[in-house]
Design a protein around this ligand. Sequence first.
Ligand SMILES: NC(=O)c1ccc[n+]([C@@H]2O[C@H](COP(=O)([O-])OP(=O)(O)OC[C@H]3O[C@@H](n4cnc5c(N)ncnc54)[C@H](O)[C@@H]3O)[C@@H](O)[C@H]2O)c1
Length: 258
Amino acid sequence: MSESRFAGKTAVVTGAASGIGAAIATRLVAEGAKVVGIDVSVGGLDELASTLGAAFVPAVADVTAEAEVEAAVGTAVERFGGLDLAFNVAGAARGGPIVDLAEADWDFTVDLVQKGVFLCTKHEARHMRERGGAIVNVSSLNAHVPMFGGSPYVTGKAGVEAFSKNAALELARHGIRVNTVLPGLVDTPLVAGVMGYEPLREQFLAMIPLAKAATPEQIAGPCLYLASDDAEYVTGTSLMVDGGWELSGYPDLSIFAG
Ligand SMILES: NC(=O)c1ccc[n+]([C@@H]2O[C@H](COP(=O)([O-])OP(=O)(O)OC[C@H]3O[C@@H](n4cnc5c(N)ncnc54)[C@H](O)[C@@H]3O)[C@@H](O)[C@H]2O)c1
């Protein structure tokens, strides 16, 4: 780690109050960046702000609400004078077998993971157009590998990857790079139900060649690489960070569906 890799840079991180987003924000500040953390969790943002100090500014916003996204992203420009880097991480999922799935659960999940990334990219890129920048969108292994009961999440995350390629194509002329990171199993509150229930956890770990879940920091590192100058010729690509999981496929979760 370099203490100055991102010195002079301003970043926004969505989903910054927890898990992967918090790890990205923490590492960015450690490497010299100023960070605006966007999340719906006021308590989580306040906790991170008390740890990271003046280099971190919390901005409460729901990434599915355009006016809130516009205002929160604008905070980076107001407080730090511009925007160079963006990490669109916020996510959650509701699911169930397709034949029983409620329309509201489909809408919640696809809106959050897919429309949220669109709205954030739109407003981040508007600020980056003047001087260029880099955007990293967090998708999932599930963009490539289906999951029993996970159709809205799988669909939404595949959309994030496709959208990011389209954004890379459109935004290259403004000097903005857009890439996607696809994590496998990461030990965060999002998957507490998997990590805390041994039969389920064992099903997952049996399929992962590196035989363990990632830490949030192990996802933050590849995300920061894609935003760094070391990746200055990398755009429109996807980086799987899954311990090799895509090679072996998903466990059969239908046995847990009852
Ligand atoms: N944990 C995993 O195994 C895993 C695997 C693949 C992909 N991912 C993806 O990584 C991203 C981060 O997940 P995580 O594991 O760190 O989860 P997490 O639950 O620890 O953090 C997600 C954060 O997003 C915030 N959030 C949720 N809805 C929001 C909204 N509408 N507006 C703003 N913020 C909102 C939450 O408050 C939370 O702070 C998600 O997009 C998730 O789908 C996670």
